[in-house]
Design a protein around this ligand. Structure first.
Ligand SMILES: NC(=O)c1ccc[n+]([C@@H]2O[C@H](COP(=O)([O-])OP(=O)(O)OC[C@H]3O[C@@H](n4cnc5c(N)ncnc54)[C@H](OP(=O)(O)O)[C@@H]3O)[C@@H](O)[C@H]2O)c1
Length: 353
């Protein structure tokens, strides 16, 4: 399709270069930024020291421990199995395609496992499940729209928990970007949709399961945020801000959940080859196609972390995770500049999201 047919690709906000000397930093502000960078160097050195000399030896010790010492806190896997009468009851929200569908595929060959495949539209989930054919695991389809009022989401999840549960695993994968609909420009409606699905709906689903699991003192919650929660091209501000909140919320919940027997894993993918990034490519993204991650590889890594424990944050592919974590060390002036440069380079496409 010719470029002119995507009005958003020619948006003035993304393409213009509005420089004025007023944007140059004042001396006190620049000096303050030097101090921020020096403080970051000290923290990065301390963090490297602690990881090499404390956490690396502890990880080697972990590899030598007997398996029974690595059971989830609060309840053993055997107790959990007795309680649920099944190995696992896995709720995947966003199972109709992309990363969520790949996560579902990780469990379909396991007998004695129940999968509840949910997404915004029942017909999408049904056709995804139909593509899997007959599977050893039992699969039930469900409709959960994260853009609906909170009460609907809470009631839908509680109902699934009664009907097929108790749910032992939640994979909260669903998410929305403004790259899916080429005709939609960035406005308040788009911002509210992204906030409602990626933040309000996501947190409603996670907290509903957290409360149910807390009563049972057992459960695993895996939530998909993004590496763009750390650093992002300026024109992807809404999507990235929602993902930043999810990254923060999930890593905090991991610490709170441990004493009550709930293991929380934060997934922060880089570019993954799905419908979402297809939209970005159509919108002119210059992100290198070679670096796109395979959703099945990510899903395998997610399952290993969720089942094996010991991994708090998954950044995948690892090379992209490394770059995005390094960019967290930008001081505010360089962060502003980096957001502008990456927008001009078109890394997140030409559209505002
Ligand atoms: N692809 C990437 O490069 C990338 C990178 C970092 C993070 N992520 C995150 O990974 C997650 C999955 O993305 P993906 O790439 O697999 O995207 P995708 O292929 O577009 O799949 C999105 C999934 O979310 C569901 N969904 C959308 N709106 C929903 C709503 N209102 N209620 C419930 N479910 C809804 C869709 O269901 P329907 O089919 O029923 O609409 C679909 O199952 C998202 O949270 C995304 O932000 C993706």
């Amino acid at each position: 399709m010719p470029k002119e047919q995507y009005p958003s690709m020619n948006r003035p906000e993304v393409n213009s270069t509005a420089f004025t000397p007023r944007l140059l930093p004042t001396f006190p502000y620049a000096a303050q930024n030097v101090l921020y960078s020096l403080a970051q160097l000290v923290v990065a050195a301390a963090s490297l020291f602690l990881t090499v000399f404390l956490f690396i030896p502890l990880s080697l010790l972990r590899a030598m421990l007997p398996k029974r010492w690595l059971q989830p806190v609060g309840m053993t896997q055997q107790e959990a199995t007795e309680k649920t009468k099944r190995n696992r009851v896995v709720l995947v929200v966003g199972a109709s395609r992309g990363i969520g569908f790949s996560v579902m595929k990780q469990y379909v060959n396991e007998p004695d496992t129940v999968i509840i495949a949910a997404s915004r539209r029942m017909d999408h989930v049904r056709s995804a499940v139909a593509r899997l054919g007959k599977t050893p695991a039992t699969i039930h389809c469900a409709e959960i729209d994260l853009n609906s009022p909170n009460k609907h989401i809470v009631d839908a999840i509680k109902q699934l928990d009664i009907q097929y549960g108790p749910i032992t695993h939640l994979y909260e994968v669903s998410g929305l970007a403004n790259s899916l609909d080429d005709s939609k420009d960035w406005d308040l409606d788009v911002v509210m949709d992204l906030v409602n699905v990626n933040v309000v709906g996501t947190i409603t689903a996670v907290m509903t399961m957290y409360d149910l699991m807390k009563e049972r003192r057992y459960g695993k919650i895996c939530v998909v945020g993004s590496t763009v929660g750390h650093f992002f091209p300026a024109n992807t501000l809404t999507y990235s801000a929602t993902k930043s909140l999810i990254n923060s919320f999930t890593t905090g919940l991991r610490v709170l959940g441990t004493p009550v027997g709930i293991e929380v894993t934060s997934v922060q993918p880089g570019f993954i080859d799905t419908r979402m990034t297809d939209g970005m490519k159509r919108e002119g993204s210059t992100a290198p196609k070679m670096g796109m991650g395979d959703p099945n590889g990510l899903a395998r890594t997610m399952k290993q972390a969720v089942e094996g424990g010991g991994v708090g944050v998954i950044c995948w592919p690892g090379s992209q995770g490394m770059i995005m974590f390094a960019l967290r060390a930008l001081n505010p002036i360089c962060d502003d500049f980096g957001k502008w440069v990456s927008m001009k380079l078109g890394l997140g496409g030409r559209k505002i999201s």
